[in-house]
Design a protein around this ligand. Structure first.
Ligand SMILES: Nc1ncnc2c1ncn2[C@@H]1O[C@H](COP(=O)(O)OP(=O)(O)OP(=O)(O)O)[C@@H](O)[C@H]1O
Ligand SMILES: O=C(O)C1=C[C@@H](O)[C@@H](O)[C@H](O)C1
Length: 266
């Protein structure tokens, strides 16, 4: 089974309210029965999720093979995509009923220590596609919208920039600003919100603001840092990517993606 990657509209760490938008990067997971000694899970997250199904539902001896084009540790929602794809794959065995996939993905991501709030926003985008709004503190999906945006998303994975240690207390000091950005997003101005959020995260986490600002001055409709970085995105009209790709290429690997619609199959 598969799930999408995504970029941030509003990072949920400061206020608990989050929003993310799915893009056409994806994770595919194949599960099969295997012996206990055959294979170590490919990560702590995969191990935690398999342990959950084993202890809660007696589904032992499951192995998961993960194939993903989402770079890890970059802010493009790889962990949520893995969690959602794996839980969907188990659900598809038709042994366990009534699974709330995004919520369980968020709860297990938090337990596995790969996310702070559980990142329900990222998990919901990975599951539904489109743009989602969530209350991660109360584990509620508030809204799922089909943005119908035929735009390109140019993504820079910067060379030689690593994610600094998370300073959650520092981010939470600015919760009021992120709540305002969330209200701009939920009222419909997604591009403004993702830009404000992306520039705020760049400033608070010490990433370059100049790179997304330059993309904006070149005509991008939105630009900023996604998730906890360091990936930086710029949204532009399909066909207008050329100059932004050229500019981003000075700093690292560049990929061009598109937004995915609600209900599209990954
Ligand atoms: N392709 C993968 N295969 C197996 N496990 C993965 C994979 N991608 C992510 N993970 C698990 O998720 C953990 C956290 O991943 P990562 O730091 O990439 O989070 P992210 O979701 O990309 O970041 P952000 O939340 O900022 O978008 C990894 O340490 C690993 O346990
Ligand atoms: O760890 C977390 O809880 C989060 C991480 C980032 O992906 C954020 O974008 C997300 O909103 C929350």
């Amino acid at each position: 089974m598969s799930a999408w990657g995504g970029i941030s509209v509003v990072n949920a760490i400061p206020s608990g309210l989050g929003s993310a938008i799915a893009i056409d990067m994806k994770t595919k997971i194949f599960i099969r029965r295997c012996s206990n000694f055959e294979k170590k899970p490919s990560s702590r997250l995969v191990e935690k999720i398999l342990e959950y199904f084993s202890s809660r539902y007696g589904l032992s001896n499951l192995c998961a093979d993960v194939v993903s084009d989402i770079p890890m540790g970059s802010g493009l929602k790889s962990s949520s995509s893995v969690a959602v794809a794996l839980i969907k794959a188990v659900k598809n065995l038709n042994i366990v009923e009534e699974l709330d996939v995004p919520r369980l993905a968020a709860e297990l991501s938090r337990l596995a220590g790969v996310s702070i709030t559980g990142a329900l926003d990222d998990a919901a985008a990975a599951y539904y596609g489109g743009v989602v709004f969530t209350d991660n503190t109360n584990m509620k999906v508030i809204r799922v919208l089909d943005p119908k945006l035929e735009m390109s998303v140019v993504i820079l994975i910067p060379r030689g920039v690593s994610r600094p240690p998370m300073n959650v207390d520092k981010l939470r000091k600015y919760s009021h600003l992120f709540e305002e950005v969330f209200s701009i997003a939920i009222q419909g101005d997604i591009f403004r919100a993702m830009t404000l959020n992306g520039l705020l995260i760049a400033r608070l986490m010490g990433y370059s603001e100049d790179v997304p600002r330059k993309a904006l001055s070149m005509g991008a409709s939105a630009a900023g840092v996604s998730g906890n970085g360091p990936a930086t995105f710029a949204v532009c009209r399909a066909g207008d990517e050329g100059p932004i790709i050229e500019f981003f290429s000075r700093y690292g690997e560049v990929r061009v993606h598109r937004f995915v619609r609600v209900g599209e199959t990954p």
